[in-house]
Each structure stands twice: as structure tokens, then as C-alpha cells.
Design a protein around this ligand. Structure first.
Ligand code: UTP
Length: 289
């Protein structure tokens, strides 16, 4: 019997150095795409996928994230008094009491270390991980697509997509096996390989469904690429024991950890908005002259 995926971990403890100086006193995950912070897109995706419990791994300087998801009574009351129900609803909390937990990664030692910090809160069940700086645009939320695949295959499932060959040193790259119905067997995983050493151009996107076995490997805290505890290295150790698949999800990915990816996300999401599309097109035309 396959256990259902009820919990999601949101690692938000990184320093966001590629976005300095804005990230000096503000979390990268609170950067807005149009008018919503990156982390809220990830939380909404998890909610639409049926996740019931939300675990944030935060760090110093990240309290804005907790405040953002909390009840803003002042906002709610002020907007209700003005008859602005939509704005008033934004003041209400996004989680049921007791269904959200915040734990701290005291030092940003890497994504693997951040996930390990959530081990007691996750316990002995499969769970999802969502990286807010990978912003996904999809008719069916990516995590929902992944849960459907997981319900068929069990085991570990990561979202994957093809990237340009010269970008392999930015991401975890899979060594692919057989492929059927968008599901690719994962035979190997390597973090940020150079284009010459990359086993393929199939990159892991920041969405994972992992079995709790991952914590046994993360317990070792081995340091990998970039001197960080890499999640990829522990995932690699799980290959061969349980099924492990990459899902070529249907949708677009914007790498918002990178400045250009972030700018593109703002344009793409604004284009989807009726009130912004036409004025934005006029502005863009001025800059492409
Ligand atoms: P990144 O490597 O993209 O984030 O990690 P970063 O380290 O904050 O950014 P740069 O490279 O310095 O600009 C992807 C996700 O993992 C989290 C980040 O917060 C981000 O959401 N992360 C990373 C942690 O929670 N802890 C870490 O030690 C590292």
C-alpha cells in the first residue's frame, strides 16, 4: 500500500547571495513576481496538490516569511471597514492552526542540510519538497502532476526538464534510463556537472517527492559540490532500492534564483494578467526599438 504525501517542506534558509544587496535584510523567497512573493506561489501549488501540513526551514533574517503567512488582524479589520472584502481576505492566515511549523537551520550549510533539519517534523512518511525560487507555471500544478505519478509508481519522484547543454553546471542532472508516459527512470544523479561530464541535459527542477529513507543518508552530512551538503548526493544513494523516476512535467519553469530568470518570470506572469498585459506590451515595444 503506497502511503499518501501529506507533508511538504519549504527550505528557505539560504543566503540568496546572487540577489545581493536586496537579500541583505530580506529573504530571497519574499521577492515579488508581479504582486505575490515567490514563497506564496510554492505554498499555493502545494495546497492545490492536496498537501495538509507545511514545514518551513528558515534561518536568520527570514522572519518576514512567518509574518507573511500569519493573520494580519490590522489589515483584515481596516479593509473590512472600507468594504474591501478581497483585500480583507488577504489579511487572513493561509494555514489552519497547527498545520504549519517553522524550524531553523542555524547555518546555511546547503539544501541537504536544510531538508535534514525537518526530519523530526516529517517523521516516517513520504513527503514533498518545494524550492520557491523555481517558479512553475502550469495548468495542473506541477506537484499535483507528480503526486499522480507517485500514486502509480511509488518510490521517489522528482520533476525534470531539458536544459541547454551549457547550463548543466547550475543544476542536479540525471542519468536517464527507460522513459514511458513522461516518466524517466533515474539511474544516476550528479550535482552541477560541467557540460563535458554531464550524463544528460535533463535537469532536476525544485520539486521532489522523497521517501523518509533520505534522512538516513542526510544524517551523514557529507559535503559535496560547492562545499555544501547536497540533497542530490543523498538522493543518488537511494537509487536502486525503491523506484526512482523523473517526471517531465507539463508547464514552464522560471529559475528565479537567477536575475534573468526572475525578470522573465515577472514578464510572463504579468502577461497572464488582463489588467497588465496591454500596458506591459507597450512598454516592452519601447525597449525593443
Ligand atoms: P539556492 O542555492 O538556490 O539558494 O538554494 P541560495 O543559497 O539561497 O542562493 P545563492 O546561490 O546564494 O544566490 C535553493 C533553495 O534552498 C534553500 C534556499 O533558501 C532556496 O530556497 N537553501 C539553500 C536552504 O534552505 N539552506 C541552505 O543552506 C541552502
Amino acid at each position: 500500500m503506497i502511503k499518501s504525501v501529506r507533508k511538504a517542506v519549504f527550505p528557505v534558509g539560504g543566503m540568496g547571495t546572487r540577489f545581493l544587496p536586496v537579500t541583505k535584510a530580506m529573504p530571497k523567497e519574499m521577492l515579488p513576481v508581479v504582486d505575490k512573493p515567490l514563497i506564496q506561489y510554492a505554498v499555493e501549488e502545494a495546497q492545490l496538490a492536496g498537501i495538509e501540513e507545511f514545514i518551513f526551514v528558515t534561518g536568520r533574517g527570514k522572519t518576514a516569511i512567518e509574518d507573511h503567512f500569519d493573520h494580519s488582524i490590522e489589515l483584515e479589520l481596516a479593509m473590512t471597514a472600507r468594504g474591501k472584502e478581497n483585500e480583507a481576505s488577504i489579511g487572513r492566515p493561509m494555514f489552519c492552526p497547527g498545520k504549519v511549523a517553522y524550524t531553523r537551520q542555524q547555518e546555511p550549510l546547503g539544501l541537504g542540510h536544510a531538508v535534514w533539519c525537518a526530519r523530526e517534523l516529517v517523521g516516517d512518511e513520504p513527503f514533498a519538497i518545494l524550492l520557491a525560487d523555481d517558479l512553475l507555471m502550469a495548468d495542473i500544478p506541477c506537484l499535483k502532476q507528480m503526486i499522480s505519478s507517485y500514486e502509480e509508481t511509488g518510490g521517489n519522484v522528482v520533476a525534470v526538464m531539458d536544459i541547454p547543454p551549457n547550463h548543466t553546471d547550475r543544476y542536479g542532472i540525471i542519468n536517464p534510463g527507460c522513459e514511458k508516459n513522461r516518466l524517466v527512470e533515474v539511474r544516476g544523479l550528479v550535482e552541477k556537472p560541467s557540460p563535458e561530464d554531464a550524463p544528460s541535459t535533463l535537469s532536476v527542477v525544485g520539486r521532489y517527492i522523497l521517501l523518509p529513507d533520505i534522512f538516513k543518508h542526510l544524517d551523514r552530512q557529507n559535503v559535496g559540490a560547492g562545499g555544501e551538503v547536497q540533497l542530490t548526493d543523498s538522493m543518488e544513494k537511494m537509487i536502486g532500492k525503491d523506484p526512482f523516476h523523473g517526471l517531465r512535467f507539463i508547464g514552464k519553469r522560471f529559475d528565479c534564483g537567477d536575475k534573468i530568470g526572475f525578470q522573465e518570470a515577472n514578464i510572463a506572469f504579468a502577461m497572464e494578467r488582463e489588467d497588465l498585459r496591454d500596458p506591459l506590451l507597450k512598454i516592452l515595444a519601447r525597449y525593443s526599438e
